[in-house]
Write a protein that binds this ligand. Structure first.
Ligand code: FAD
Length: 588
């Protein structure tokens, strides 16, 4: 049994005549109720007009470029002849999208939800980390009215407040101590450093405050409305906010960008004791503990362990797998591991922490592993076993947003979640959990929300451990190439042949690049050595530009610099290197 039904434009809220920018279905398509039929665009938002029922489209009278208003009949359908198992023809763009969009905005419902709230905004951004503030500022620059919700007193998220920036301030201090010490063998001897942990902590705080204070200014200049409180979805178009000053409010939005980040993973047997800390607690260095156990040999654990070791604390690292910093190529980690082995009291690989208990003189930790002690007591324990996305802490279900078991929110290349007017970016969408990824994704989400055709299409995202030496890599690693059977040829330039590196008193560095044997294009690269994190950008740029070995090798680099090693690696691949004798890999 089927009935004919007119397809009518529903209540469009405050909007009159609205542009049709896309027709999503064709005559003859079978659709389910709520499937998008056409996309409308106002100066503030895009919205899909949903099918009023299951059925088959028998007529469509609009095309892209037309204008429609509430009550206009835009077609006809026979009702009752479709099922959800027979989806309508997908539109070209959603064919590309890796995730099905399971919700369609009904403008009438959206308008109702927004009008019930205390405040209204065009774009709501939840979380003011490097993803959220970048998204909010970009959207404001594109003319949107933006409200940014942040539960902490300062903007900047984990990265500025308790992540990238404070850890790098301490790592700089560690490097100064190590470098001063290392000059002793070259004729310059300094006295043993006196460490004032309060002053050092104060300097770290001043660096952080300078940056977060700057963000506050930038938000003000852009007229981004900042609300300090904890936000939770109460519908697909509204959040309630428990305000930092005690009250609460509700905010309705037309579009939303979720940038609520991630939190450290805790071990189930962690005692509730101030001496067991996560990375945030480890950044409080006053007073220094008698000893430190770092649980987890990833980048964060190794960086923070290096800081404590430089400040004179005996540091032990325990890592479940057989390697520090899993993910990076072993030949790049080896020089770092060698140096850390001399700086740390002990590095226990293939070892599991099985329990922790509180003792008078510290935290007693039990281990399982071939070379591990049965138990040992530490003045402080840093648990750095990874981070978990915050997707399950924001009331996502009230908005219909799909969140997986890891707390991550799936998005398409435009950073849209399964609810098309809600985007997600940064740590909350999963690995790699890095600030620069969050920022780039934030820009894309803001641009799409503002109606631009933007995509996150970065070929590569660099990773850096800001240790000494630094380890950095981008694109294909040798480990991945071997695991996945990707054809590649590698060339390397040892920094023992770099005049600049030797003049800095260091010879353990290495620059390595992987090339496509078919055409010499750069597939990936890794660097270990001083400032590797600053150098890796050139290899990332080369990959994005589709550059090959010749492009890098023929680019005149300044001498003597560490950046030269990138060009010299390409020359080693090309067989044109004169600074070393390297058997020819390839003559092109
Ligand atoms: P976050 O920075 O986590 O920001 C999320 C924000 O949302 C937070 O401010 C939070 O308070 C807020 N929020 C969460 N829920 C709510 C809610 N319900 N309501 C209101 N507000 C909410 N990355 C690098 O690229 N380089 C580094 O050198 C580096 N070093 C690091 C060192 C450490 C010690 C740590 C812990 C991390 C480091 N990272 C580094 C990772 C980096 O900090 C994150 O990848 C980055 O901060 C993620 O940005 P984001 O915007 O997704 O989320």
């Amino acid at each position: 049994m089927s009935n004919k039904q007119a397809i009518v434009i529903p209540d469009l809220g405050d909007f009159g005549a609205v542009d049709v920018i896309e027709v999503l279905v064709e005559v003859g398509a079978t659709v389910a109720a709520e499937d998008g039929l056409i996309t409308l665009e106002t100066d503030k938002a895009t919205m899909d007009i949903p099918a009023p029922a299951d059925g088959t489209i028998t007529a469509l009278t609009v095309k892209a470029g037309d204008q429609v208003s509430e009550g206009d009949v835009i077609g006809e359908m026979t009702v009752g002849e479709s099922s959800a198992a027979q989806p309508a023809e997908p539109a070209a763009e959603s064919e590309e999208a890796p995730y099905e969009q399971t919700q369609t905005i009904n403008p009438a419902t959206a308008a109702a939800a927004i009008s019930d709230t205390d405040q209204k905004t065009q774009l709501l951004v939840l979380g003011a980390g490097p993803g959220g503030y970048a998204a909010a500022f970009r959207a404001a620059d594109l003319g949107m009215q933006v409200t940014l919700i942040e539960k902490h007193a300062s903007l900047g998220g984990v990265c500025l407040n308790v992540g990238c920036i404070p850890s790098k301030a301490f790592l700089h201090a560690a490097k100064v101590i190590d470098e001063a010490e290392s000059m002793a063998k070259h004729g310059i001897r300094f006295a043993k450093p006196e460490i004032d942990t309060q002053a050092l902590g104060g300097w770290k705080a001043s660096v952080v405050n300078r940056l977060t204070g700057g963000l506050k200014q930038l938000a003000k200049q852009r007229k981004v409305s900042v609300v300090h409180g904890t936000g939770e979805f109460i519908s697909p178009n509204a959040v309630s906010v428990a305000l930092a000053d005690g009250g609460s409010t509700t905010i309705g939005f037309e579009q939303c960008i979720i940038a609520a980040g991630s939190a450290p993973i805790r071990l189930p047997f962690e005692p509730d004791d101030a001496r067991v800390v996560d990375s945030t607690g480890a950044l409080e260095i006053d007073p220094l503990p008698s000893s430190l156990l770092v649980v987890g040999g990833g980048i964060i654990g190794v960086e923070l362990g290096s800081v404590y070791a430089a400040l004179g604390v005996p540091v032990t690292v325990v890592e479940l797998t057989n390697e520090l910093m899993p993910g990076a190529d072993r030949d790049l980690v080896r020089p770092l591991q060698k140096r850390l082995a001399a700086q740390f009291k002990s590095i226990m690989l293939n070892t599991k922490v099985t329990g922790m208990s509180v003792a008078d003189d510290g935290i007693n930790v039990t281990f399982e592993g071939k070379d591990a002690p049965e138990s040992e007591t530490f003045g402080k324990v840093l648990v750095a076993v990874g981070r978990r996305a915050n997707g399950q802490k924001i009331g996502a279900e009230a908005a219909g947003i799909a969140v997986d078991q890891r707390g991550e929110i799936a998005v398409d290349k435009q950073m849209r979640t399964n609810v098309p007017h809600i985007f997600a970016i940064g740590d909350i969408v999963g690995q790699p959990m890095l600030a620069h990824k969050a920022t780039h994704e934030g820009h894309v989400a803001a641009e799409v929300a503002a109606g631009e055709k933007s995509f996150f299409d970065a070929r590569v995202i660099p990773s850096v451990a800001y240790t000494d030496p630094e380890v950095a890599w981008v694109g294909l690693t040798e480990t991945e190439a071997k695991r996945d059977g990707v054809a590649y040829e590698a060339a390397a330039f040892p920094w023992a042949a770099s005049g600049r590196s030797l003049a800095m008193g260091r010879d353990e560095g290495k620059t390595k690049i992987l090339f496509d044997p078919a055409n010499g294009r750069i597939l990936g690269g890794g660097i270990v050595g001083t400032s590797a994190g600053d150098l890796i950008g050139e290899i990332g740029f080369a990959i994005e530009m589709g550059a090959d070995a010749e492009d890098l090798g023929l680019t005149v680099h300044p001498h003597p610099t560490l950046s030269e090693t990138v060009a010299l690696t390409a020359e080693a691949y090309e067989g044109t290197l004169t600074d070393l004798y390297v058997p020819k890999k390839k003559k092109r």
